[in-house]
Write a protein that binds this ligand. Structure first.
Ligand code: F0G
Length: 411
């Protein structure tokens, strides 16, 4: 076998990597890239990859892009894994870390997938890139499509996208289409229109996006000095990122770079928690949530396209899923901001909210190494931050007035 094959996750049917494909031509299930461990081990050993700067492309031997392809990159990845001693102490945990993916070029983890997905789009000779999005995918796609000289069409659910994300998609030159409906409906629309309108879809059903996003798991292990964490908490929306992390951890283990892998805990918002409900009910199939709702608009998704991949990831890793209230998400968001200086959007605080809930329930080994993935920057959704915070005080330009205000507040 070549180093990489594109395969159906259910029936194993092999597909041509040089044609756009998002689902199995035989059975309609999701596709994934599978790597040959022997060839990959050999290529990685020759590369001395850890001497390269930390980034997605540090791991290029494990990414299925042609060796002579031009790579469209803005130095994605290499984001900090922040040791959170204050938050850890608050929760009674010895070793808590936050992988702050808000530090990517467009402020979310999507950039890891987009650098690979857009590079693939160019390899395939596509000229138009498209997605449905709760905001971050559209911001990232718009930026990378511009970088690669592709036209870009983004479909967003009307009125439910953070202002920062909307500003990004507009500024980077995408054709922004507001759909009267939710994300699930917008995704269905873009998938069914793609072939007819000649658009390359860069939602997380695109297997090449996952290949970029999996590098975050390699990176976490490398940042821990060649070790896997014990637990990884991660928000689940459409289910692509949790599946990507699992792929990365499992590959790093299979290639012998690390021994072991974390239990992955997928966190959803209570109003949009079909995966958590499915695992709780021990059912074999996912029942979509018809009208998903949560303050964390990034994960306001009722019918996750990648549910099979994410359920497999949560089960095989020995983890599980959990649903948290909006109230707890906002509490976690504020705790990250005030105790560690990390400003995340609500979905980017959902993982910590899930951990807080598990701690409360007594379900956490307090001496474990625990990583929470914070998926997007707080500036993405300024309206939420402002509406949840105390209003600024207004005074005249006078010491007296300032003293009066501070004296009352600081003593
Ligand atoms: N966190 C943030 C900040 C997100 O933007 C998303 C997804 C997720 C978590 C969930 O990741 O879908 O791979 O399970 N945002 C997509 C978008 C849906 O359109 O930007 P997932």
């Amino acid at each position: 076998m070549d180093q990489f094959e594109l395969k159906c996750i259910e029936c194993g049917q092999v597909h041509d990597m040089d044609k756009p494909a998002y689902a199995c031509a035989k059975c309609g299930n999701l596709l994934e890239v599978v790597l040959d461990p022997e060839v990959s081990k050999e290529r990685l050993a020759k590369a001395s990859h850890l001497r390269r700067p930390a980034s997605v492309w540090r791991y290029r031997e494990l990414i299925p892009i042609g060796r002579s392809s031009h790579i469209y990159s803005m130095s994605e990845g290499g984001t900090p894994l922040i040791k959170c001693d204050q938050l850890g102490a608050d929760l009674g945990l010895k070793d808590l870390r936050i992988k702050f993916e808000g530090m990517n070029p467009t402020g979310s983890f999507k950039d890891r997938g987009m650098t690979v997905g857009i590079t693939k789009a160019k390899e395939l000779g596509m000229t138009v890139a498209a997605c449905a999005s709760t905001g971050n995918t559209s911001a990232s796609l718009a930026a990378y499509a511009g970088l690669a000289g592709l036209k870009c069409v983004v479909l967003i659910p009307e009125g439910k996208v953070g202002l920062g994300k909307l500003a990004q998609a507009m500024m980077h030159g995408a054709l922004v289409v507001s759909v009267k409906g939710n994300f699930d409906q917008a995704l269905e629309l873009v998938m069914s229109a793609a072939d007819r309108l000649g658009m390359y879809v860069l939602n997380s059903v695109n297997p090449f996006r996952i290949e970029g996003q999996k590098t975050a798991a390699y990176e976490v292990c490398d940042q821990l000095g060649g070790k896997s964490p014990d637990y990884l908490y991660i928000p689940v929306g459409n289910g692509g990122n949790s599946a990507a992390y699992w792929k990365g951890f499992a590959e790093y283990e299979e290639l012998g770079v690390v021994s072991g892998h974390p239990a992955i805990r997928g966190i959803q918002a209570e109003g949009a928690a079909p995966v958590a409900r499915m695992l709780k009910d021990k059912s074999a199939v996912l029942t979509p949530v018809k009208n998903p709702d949560t303050v964390a608009t990034a994960i306001r998704i009722g019918n996750p396209a990648n549910w099979k991949k994410t359920v497999r990831a949560l089960k095989e890793s020995g983890g599980g899923a959990s649903a948290v209230t909006d109230q707890l998400i906002l509490k976690a968001q504020r705790a990250m901001a005030t105790r560690e200086g990390i400003f995340a959007e609500p979905a980017g605080a959902a993982a910590l909210a899930g951990l807080m809930k598990d701690v409360e329930l007594g379900n956490v080994d307090t001496s474990a190494t625990i990583v929470c993935v914070s998926t997007g920057h707080g500036l993405k959704d300024p309206d939420i931050a402002v509406s949840q915070s105390a209003k600024p005080h207004t005074i005249g330009p006078s010491i007296k007035e300032l003293e009066k205000l501070l004296g009352g507040r600081l003593r």
